[in-house]
Design a protein. Structure first.
Length: 215
């Protein structure tokens, strides 16, 4: 019967450690991961299989995600302050760190189209990539403008396809938005009668406008 080779305690070439105090496998390190390694004869190396998130946090992904909606400061306290080496992860995990899932490639394309870029940082819980963009560089915000509704309805003519919205200080529906054909003349915007009805706006009301970019 084959047996798994295991070791207890080890030293490092450059840093002297207390016995069993390694961050990865030291059972005497209260802040360590306390991983269990076994010897792989075929690859002639020690390997370890583990789930990163719960090992560090004591929480499942769903529990951590729910908690992060109320308070994100706890994340810094849960994870170790020292570096985490991705090369310690299983190969299957290494392949997906920083990668977008198959179901969210469309979201990635949408973000990149309006100016967002991957910033070489990943989510601490699921390993997904972080995309960021300066507010001043978001194309939709750069094209954002406001105008007041014209008294006349939009006639059958060449117009722009835009997202039109209105915000109110009170009421049940304080924000409404519709996709509509519009024509802007200086600070006045001409809207179809149906768009006005859906937004609940009349002549002189201030609305917000963003070009609707499909594709």
């Amino acid at each position: 019967m084959s047996t798994k080779a295991r070791g207890h305690g080890h030293d490092t070439r450059y840093v002297r450690l207390q016995k069993n105090y390694c961050f990865a496998c030291g059972r005497n390190n209260p802040e360590g991961m306390r991983l269990k390694f076994s010897y792989d004869e075929e690859r002639d190396c020690f390997v370890c299989r583990f789930r990163l998130g719960k090992r560090f946090t004591g929480l499942t992904y769903s529990e951590a995600d729910k908690l992060s909606r109320q308070n994100k400061e706890f994340i810094k306290d849960l994870f170790p302050s020292s570096d985490i080496f991705v090369t310690l992860f299983p190969e299957r995990a290494q392949r997906v760190v920083g990668q977008v899932g198959p179901q969210t490639h469309g979201v990635q394309r949408m973000l990149e189209r309006i100016g967002f870029r991957y910033v070489e940082r990943v989510d601490p819980f699921d390993g997904g990539p972080h995309f960021e963009c300066r507010t001043s560089e978001v194309t939709l915000l750069r094209k954002y403008r406001t105008a007041r509704v014209a008294p006349e309805d939009l006639a059958l003519e060449v117009a722009e396809d835009m997202l039109v919205s209105v915000e109110r200080e009170s009421g049940r529906n304080r924000f409404r938005a519709v996709r509509s054909q519009v024509r802007i003349d200086d600070q006045i915007v001409y809207l179809p009668a149906q768009a006005k009805e859906l937004l609940g706006v009349s002549s002189g009301v201030k609305v917000s406008l963003i070009p609707f970019e499909s594709g």
